[in-house]
Design a protein around this ligand. Structure first.
Ligand SMILES: Nc1nc2c(ncn2[C@@H]2O[C@H](COP(=O)(O)OP(=O)(O)OP(=O)(O)O)[C@@H](O)[C@H]2O)c(=O)[nH]1
Ligand SMILES: [Mg+2]
Length: 242
């Protein structure tokens, strides 16, 4: 099984080297693709150096012209992985909110499931270092999407997930409409509608210590409306069986 993990970065110079090293520590047989949007702090230079030296043949970099958003970064990464015959494609943040120690379990889960969600809102999962406001927004957002879309999962906005390639092929990643928070809801919804087996496993999510946040209120508003849009177009997302 060929495995890869996509890590999107924007100004992660303080985190990138250690997160790469930790991922390779826990899952040495994986490849990592970093998608950097020309970070002003030169994150990409650190990655390209490591890709040529320490992690030659294991680490890859796509450097885009400017900040094009996390959603399109993942789409670029999914396409890159599908073109290169990876069987398993994962995604995670660079800022240690997604602890790489969960990766072995996530990959194992894909022996019996098609997709795995790192979940803050199942037994054993949780969040540390978040303000009450941020907790409420996140839990409320997931609950809202769960109810509107009829999904049997508790954490729909998390970005720590792994897919078997068939899922990404079926949902057609080039047709994804959302950016920001709803991007995560959309991939899970489309996978679910197409009958893929999805498992939530508990993770403890830790807020970033180094670097700065890039999230904004407009993303949240977009997500609320986009969930309704997804529900309305539901029938179009079910693909004919191959
Ligand atoms: N390539 C790329 N990566 C991005 C972009 N925006 C965010 N990222 C990366 O995506 C991951 C998640 O972004 P974060 O800023 O941590 O978002 P968050 O976790 O919701 O917010 P904080 O942790 O509070 O900052 C991190 O690895 C970021 O560096 C972008 O426009 N392009
Ligand atoms: Mg973060």
């Amino acid at each position: 099984m060929k495995k890869m993990i996509i890590i999107a970065t924007y100004n992660e110079k303080d985190n990138i080297e250690k997160i790469l090293s930790d991922v390779f520590h826990y899952v040495p047989d994986t490849h990592i693709l970093v998608i950097d949007d020309n970070s002003p702090d030169k994150t990409a230079d650190i990655v390209s150096n490591l890709a040529e030296t320490k992690y030659n043949g294991q680490l890859f970099l796509i450097k885009r012209a400017g900040k094009l958003g996390l959603g399109t970064a993942y789409v670029a990464g999914f396409n890159w992985g599908l073109e290169r015959d990876y069987d398993i494609i994962g995604q995670m943040d660079a800022d240690f909110s997604h602890n790489p120690k969960y990766l072995p379990q996530m990959f194992n889960t894909l022996q019996t499931y098609d997709m795995v969600l790192g979940s803050r809102y199942v037994d054993g999962g949780g969040v540390v270092n978040w303000s009450l406001k941020r907790k409420l927004i996140s839990r409320g957002g997931s609950l809202y999407a769960k109810i509107i879309l009829g999904l049997p999962f508790n954490d729909l906005t998390g970005g720590f997930k792994c897919f078997r390639r068939e899922v990404l092929e079926t949902i057609n990643v080039n047709e994804l409409k959302s950016t920001g928070y709803c991007f995560q809801i959309e991939t899970t919804y489309k996978a679910f509608l197409n009958g893929f087996k999805i498992k939530e496993i508990p993770i403890i999510f830790e807020d970033r210590i180094l670097g700065v946040s890039k999230m904004s209120g407009s993303i949240f508003k977009e997500a609320m409306l986009m969930v309704l849009e997804l529900r309305k177009n539901r029938a179009n997302f079910i693909k004919p069986k191959k």
